[in-house]
Every structure is written in structure tokens, then in C-alpha cells.
Design a protein around this ligand. Structure first.
Ligand code: GRF
Length: 219
């Protein structure tokens, strides 16, 4: 079954682009019903418009408080009745109304091997800790900061001379492969999220769950 997605972004949208390209290539059984951003200026919105994807901006500043923003974001996404909500560089914590409306149906991609290095500085924190391997995680979103159950991870090396930017670029190369593969594995039923995370032990999903990412960044 092709999954109906709503993708939430705040920035560049390279993970959104990876999903769009994988769908076009037939390797990600999904379609994107709408792209929603909290920032009108998000670069990824230009990409979405250029690919004829419906877009909506729900800015925090356009609402009197966080609860009103939460209600507006929830309504904008619920209007599409998505099977799955994908956070692809969405830089705000979801509110309680949103999470109650889409329990176990929101996934996020994070640039570190969770539970290590949650938060906005995953690559820099990994470098500061001196780890030799980092990577990315796709996880179910709960009310915490990058705390929900981990679905899949891909590892990349930390190379001599790396700074946060070069490490993040290498991690993003892994993200661009992992996130569409996880969405496809959910579409195929190899990975179930609801009512709770379950992975079909007999499926090909194992190679999705534990993968070695590229050693070079993707453009
Ligand atoms: C990604 O590295 C993702 O892990 C993090 O935010 C970044 C978004 O990048 N949550 P992009 O907007 O998809 O290029």
C-alpha cells in the first residue's frame, strides 16, 4: 500500500527531496499529500512548489500562543488524513494536540545515533564527545526531544579533520538513503508503527534497520 504522507520541514529540505526522488524512482511506496513548514522562508518550500506539491505554512508567530499554533498545525495536517507524518528537519517540538491526534504515526530523522546526542547540535556534540562513529536515526516522535523509540539507524565514520559541518554532511548522505527506505518498509508492512513498533523478523527489513551509510557527503 502506498502511504499518504504529510512532510513537515523548517529548512533546506534535502530529506524532503530524497523522499520525492525515491518515490519517483519507485523505491519508496508513498505519495506526499502536503508539505507543511513553520517558516515561510524555508528553502524546502521552493523545492516543494517546484515539484507541484501542495504547501502550507503554519508559523508560530502568526498565533497568539503555542497552544493555538499546535491547534492550527494539527488541523492543517489532519485535513489531509495522512497515514504517516514525516518530520524532515522540522525544528520545533510538536504540541500535545498534535501528538494526541497522530499517536505512533509521526517519525523523525535525527543526525546522531540516538539515544546519544539528541537536540539541535547532534554532529557537534558527537565531535565534542570524541566518538569515532556517528550516524542518523529514524524514530517515532513522542513528547520529548528526540526520545521516542528508534526504528532504524545508519552509521558513518567520524574522520580526522572533521568539523560539525563536514560530519553533518556525511550523516545527511546516510539520512537521504535511510529515511525513504524506512517509509517504504512501513508501506510494505515490514515495519509496523501502530499500535506499537513491530518489525517483521522474517522480512528484508533488517538491512533497513542497521545500515552503513556513505563515507562521502551527498550534494
Ligand atoms: C537533518 O540533518 C535532520 O536530521 C535534522 O535536520 C536536518 C534537516 O536537513 N533533523 P534538511 O532540511 O532535510 O536538509
Amino acid at each position: 500500500m502506498a502511504l499518504k504522507l504529510v512532510v513537515l520541514i523548517s529548512g533546506r529540505g534535502s530529506n524532503l527531496a530524497a523522499i520525492v526522488h525515491a518515490i519517483a524512482a519507485g523505491t519508496c511506496r508513498a505519495h506526499i499529500a502536503r508539505v507543511v513548514s513553520d517558516r515561510e522562508g524555508a528553502e524546502g518550500l521552493m523545492f516543494a512548489r517546484a515539484h507541484s506539491l501542495p504547501v502550507t505554512t503554519v508559523a508560530m508567530t502568526a498565533h497568539p500562543d503555542r497552544s493555538a499554533w499546535d491547534a492550527a498545525l494539527t488541523a492543517a495536517v489532519a485535513a489531509e488524513a495522512p497515514d504517516l507524518v514525516v518530520l524532515a528537519g522540522f525544528m520545533r517540538l510538536l504540541g500535545p494536540q498534535f501528538l494526541a491526534r497522530f499517536p505512533q504515526r509521526v517519525i523523525n530523522v535525527h543526525p546522531a545515533l540516538l539515544p546519544l546526542f539528541p537536540g539541535i547540535a547532534g554532529p557537534a556534540d558527537a565531535l565534542a564527545a570524541g566518538v569515532r562513529i556517528s550516524g542518523c536515526s529514524v524514530h517515532i516522535v513522542d513528547a520529548g526531544i528526540d526520545t521516542g523509540p528508534v526504528i532504524a539507524q545508519a552509521a558513518v565514520p567520524v574522520l580526522p579533520g572533521d568539523d560539525a559541518r563536514s560530519l553533518h554532511a556525511r550523516i545527511q548522505g546516510a539520512e537521504h538513503a535511510l529515511l525513504p527506505r524506512v517509509i517504504d518498509a512501513i508501506a510494505s508492512g515490514e515495519i509496523s508503527l501502530w499500535p506499537e513498533l513491530r518489525i517483521d523478523a522474517g522480512s528484508n527489513a533488517q538491512d533497513v534497520l542497521f545500515s552503513l551509510g556513505p563515507t562521502a557527503p551527498t550534494p
